[in-house]
Design a protein around this ligand. Structure first.
Ligand code: 13P
Ligand code: SF4
Length: 314
């Protein structure tokens, strides 16, 4: 079957089965083409909450499907490749977070959405890169807050909000390894080209970037600047697919990683996000495999900080 036929078959099957296909901006372009809805982490959670479909196929990494399963306990939530993890979510285990909380009994826990359901169940409020500043700003200036697991995002929130949250020492392997030297060279080569960066990048990268935001915020910037001929992109390059659609004539230059593992290396791609393929999506929908569920007690606890986030990001 050609890629176009496969996409058509997936679309037909989704209609027959009353399934909605959601995809993160970091998914392979052909998966984005097969999806009903493409979004960042926040939009995917919001969309999961409001869908009427019987089945949600979450084309993203495992925590995104788990978040949908927590929000929609009565729906079947599927992921094309259930082993698609996230190095950032893996950098914070629930037992370790519990011990950290116990050492800081008077603190509230603010967790990035890139966490397991078990971590969310120990959390007071969840945030995404879209709403983190807005939500943290709603806490009193002297609130005692623990933030995890992304230390780069945490440091960025502290700097922007004047807060002094205690930070977990976790990170995303993709965003931590963008090369500062390569970005400086690109900036010299293309002097007036805006640099768009995700806040999971290291502080040194953010310091020399022009626009910092979630995948949706970066895409919105491109959509609002359709006359700009070039953009430098410091996030997973999957997002360029939608950017290119918004600005077909523009050139998008991805920042390379520090270590290049050979010719043709795509080391700034998230290999977890790329685990989902069109073939796996087809098989998962056809056989209704890759079911993601969360134990009831854990889901009940994890739902509270997610609900709080959805309410506070309005
Ligand atoms: P967004 O909140 O922009 O969707 O980012 C999610 C993510 O995994 C970034 O690496
Ligand atoms: Fe996780 Fe990083 Fe991949 Fe995002 S890019 S899903 S934070 S490993």
């Amino acid at each position: 079957m050609s890629q176009t036929e496969l996409i058509q078959s997936i679309r037909r099957m989704a209609q027959e089965k009353d399934a909605v296909i959601m995809a993160h901006y970091y998914q392979r372009p052909e998966i984005q083409e097969a999806a009903d809805f493409i979004g960042d982490s926040l939009a995917l959670a919001q969309q999961a909450r409001k869908t009427d479909a019987k089945i949600i196929v979450m084309c993203g990494v495992h925590f995104m499907a788990e978040t949908a399963a927590i929000l929609c306990p009565d729906k079947k939530v599927l992921i094309p490749d259930p082993t698609a993890g996230c190095s950032l979510a893996d950098s914070c285990r629930a037992e370790e977070l519990k011990a950290w909380k116990e050492r800081h009994p008077e603190y509230k826990v603010v967790s990035y959405v890139n966490t397991t359901a078990a971590v969310k169940a120990l959390t007071d409020i969840v945030v995404t890169s879209s709403n983190a500043l807005k939500i943290v700003n709603q806490f009193p200036a002297d609130a005692k807050l623990l933030f995890g697991p992304d230390r780069n995002l945490g440091a960025y929130i502290n700097a922007q909000t004047g807060r002094n949250m205690e930070l977990w020492n976790g990170g995303c392997h993709v965003h931590s390894r963008f090369s500062v030297e390569a970005l400086l060279t690109l900036k010299q080569q293309y002097p007036n080209v805006p640099v768009l960066a995700h806040p999971e990048c290291k502080q040194v990268i953010l310091n020399i970037s022009d626009v910092i935001g979630s995948t949706q915020a970066l895409l919105n910037y491109v959509k609002a600047h359709t006359d700009t001929p070039r953009f430098i992109i410091a996030t997973e390059p999957g997002v360029i697919h939608e950017m290119q659609k918004a600005c077909p004539e523009a050139e998008f230059i991805p920042v390379p990683p520090e270590i290049t593992e050979g010719v043709g290396c795509s080391c700034n791609e998230c290999e977890y996000m790329r685990q989902n393929t069109l073939e796996k999506l087809y098989a998962c929908l056809r056989d209704e495999t890759g079911v993601v569920s969360v134990p009831t007690d854990m889901a009940r606890e994890a739902l509270k900080p997610i609900e709080k986030m959805l309410a506070m990001s309005k």
